[in-house]
Design a protein. Structure first.
Length: 450
């Protein structure tokens, strides 16, 4: 538990770079424009000094603690930094008594609780009466979903603000600021290239603290030359990885590797697929980007041949969100191997592309009258809904009603394969089409290139 004055203090020159460069104002704060940009909700609340108790939810290194300190400074409040890891109910009560005494003297107290999700129910409940009375403004920080980790009673009395990981451009801006600011390396001459800074930004994965720590490590291990400290590629290899230094997430290699991953899974080669995936991760690729591509692959290349594939891919995305790097690498490996071994069908992709082309190129065909809704008398007079056949009223749960627009009665988009579970889907669909008198062989069929 640490109590800090809000008045400007001399910076500890021996402190880590990330601590020395901690923003003191909203103008210095990097990222979170969706909350702190001009006219945004949190910015307005801070500017008007109308803040209430709140929860900051976001990944590490995005500024949750820093933002709490800035808010306390702007509100001219006493700031108490409280750790959920080292503090118990006894410490909570001591702080609450202190805050209550302060309130009686007209002093506002901001209590910042880092990792508030680590508090148990009894500890969280200890804050409740003081939050309700206004003795404190509680600001909790968590990397976990507050809906699951914060007591409902406490959560209902707090606003939740979601902080996002910083973009690569924002990290780059932060690194360049560190090289210019006197609190950082502004009084020194540092020889570091744009490419090296870009590699640090990619390696940090949206975490400002990681980025600044990596820069500091690179500078501390740089070569002393006349007039400057030179950061070499050899030093950078030790601070991150050679692959991170060479891999450009927006360049050709990015597209080459994701193509190799996709095509290896399509060819049912789990070894190659895991290799290309790991090349991307080791190069600093965002794991959620890979997970999104796996979700697309699950429907595009597996489809109904194994519908479980989509669930596995979505679960991998959620695991990446919860775990982050490096823990989520095995979650991605799980999904990549599953998708590689799954039976393959691109029937859904072909159906999607063929139908998309028709919708874009043909005129918008009118909905048949019997398929239209008729909520008003006028619509009924115009025969809306007339002739509609309710499938549940039949023994087969099927009717002969035509659902395609006029002129497209025999159009077929979905051509199931006999791969995996899609074989059963194909047999059922053929029976349905025979019952309804739909004959794909006489309808429009086009070849679709994969």
């Amino acid at each position: 538990m640490e109590q800090l004055s809000l008045f400007d203090q001399m910076e500890d020159l021996g402190a880590p770079l990330a601590s020395r460069l901690r923003p003191r104002t909203l103008e210095e704060f990097a990222g979170q424009k969706h909350l702190l940009g001009e006219g945004k909700m949190l910015r307005r609340l801070i500017d008007k000094d109308q803040i209430s108790s709140m929860i900051f939810w976001g990944p590490p290194g995005v500024g949750k603690t820093t933002l709490a300190r800035i808010i306390a400074r702007r509100t001219k409040a006493e700031f108490i930094d409280f750790s959920a890891v080292t503090s118990g109910i006894r410490e909570i009560r001591q702080v609450m008594e202190q805050a209550e005494n302060g309130r009686k003297m007209g002093i506002r107290t901001v209590v910042f609780v880092d990792e508030i999700h680590r508090f148990n129910k009894a500890q969280q409940d200890a804050f409740l009466p003081f939050v309700e009375k206004g003795s404190i403004l509680l600001i909790g920080a968590t990397t976990e979903n507050p809906s699951f980790e914060i007591n409902a009673a406490l959560l209902s009395r707090c606003r939740v603000f979601v902080l996002r990981e910083l973009a690569k451009t924002e990290i780059l801006e932060l690194l360049k600021h560190a090289l210019k600011d006197p609190r950082g390396y502004g009084n020194q001459r540092i020889g570091i290239t744009e490419r090296q800074l870009s590699a640090i930004a990619a390696f940090s994965n949206g975490d400002a603290r990681t980025a600044l720590n990596t820069l500091e490590m690179a500078v501390l291990n740089g070569e002393m030359t006349p007039g400057q400290i030179l950061v070499t590629d050899a030093v950078m290899e030790q601070c991150i990885t050679r692959k991170s230094l060479l891999y450009d997430k927006n360049g050709e290699e990015h597209y080459n590797l994701i193509s190799a991953l996709h095509k290896s899974m399509r060819n049912s080669d789990p070894d190659a697929a895991v290799y290309w995936m790991m090349r991307m991760l080791e190069g600093g690729e965002e794991p959620l980007y890979i997970a999104r591509r796996l979700i697309r692959f699950a429907s595009e290349d597996v489809g109904i041949a194994d519908s479980q594939a989509l669930q596995v891919a979505v679960a991998a995305y959620q695991a990446c969100h919860f775990n982050g790097m490096p823990e989520c690498d095995v979650n991605l490996t799980h999904a990549v191997v599953y998708l590689s071994l799954a039976p393959k069908s691109n029937a859904l992709y072909r159906a999607c592309e063929q139908c998309k082309a028709d919708v874009r190129q043909r005129r918008a065909e009118p909905v048949p009258l019997w398929l239209r809704n008729a909520p008003t008398g006028l619509m009924k007079e115009l025969h809306y809904g007339e002739g509609y056949q309710y499938a549940h009223d039949t023994e087969e749960k099927l009717t002969h009603m035509q659902c395609m627009p006029e002129g497209m009665e025999q159009t077929v988009y979905y051509h199931p394969t006999e791969q995996g579970e899609e074989k059963a889907a194909k047999e059922r669909l053929e029976a349905i089409r025979n019952f309804q008198g739909k004959h794909p062989e006489s309808g429009k069929q086009r070849k679709s290139e994969d």
